[in-house]
Design a protein around this ligand. Sequence first.
Ligand code: FES
Length: 197
Amino acid sequence: MSEMTVNQSKRRFLVTMTSAVGGVAAVGAAIPFVGSMLPSARALAAGAPVEVDLSKIEPGMLLTVEWRGKPVWIASRTPEMLALLDKHDDRLTDPNSEAAGQQPDYCKNATRSIKPEYMVVVGICTHLGCSPTYRKEIGPADLGVDWPGGWFCPCHGSRFDLAARVFSGSPAPTNLVVPPHKYLSESKVLIGEDQAA
Ligand code: FES
């Protein structure tokens, strides 16, 4: 291939690239308009409420959804799981959810929930922001015989029970955060908005 042919193909490449960049810029300029016509994606990013269908969650299982860029867990708690919740208050930092801002007032109760069978909570550790692991089993070898089920943070070992209340001695200072939410029906919950909104 002669030098001239190489230069010509380089030029063609540059011309093609310039048109492509121009095309991207044009698409970019169109996005705000399209966005205003279809607000869902932008609204979601800005924190719009997220509707969740609970009918697919098996008892004892955990569903994760995203709200405001954060994971929100919905744990389906069985009667057996709920029965264990009041057995370890003396091992918790804040058993009665006294710390302000960790839950809406309507979840400042023994189960930290509107409906005891569902725990709705932001899945971010209140220590340094890792995402804890769901450990619903009772007394597993690695967590000890007195483990009542809950969440374990692998980063620095914080422990939370099935109401997302932190165990004393954990590096996390507070219980996990319960986001605002409300039930739209028996099987639908809206994360990010409550009756007060
Ligand atoms: S981030 Fe969870 S224990 Fe440190």
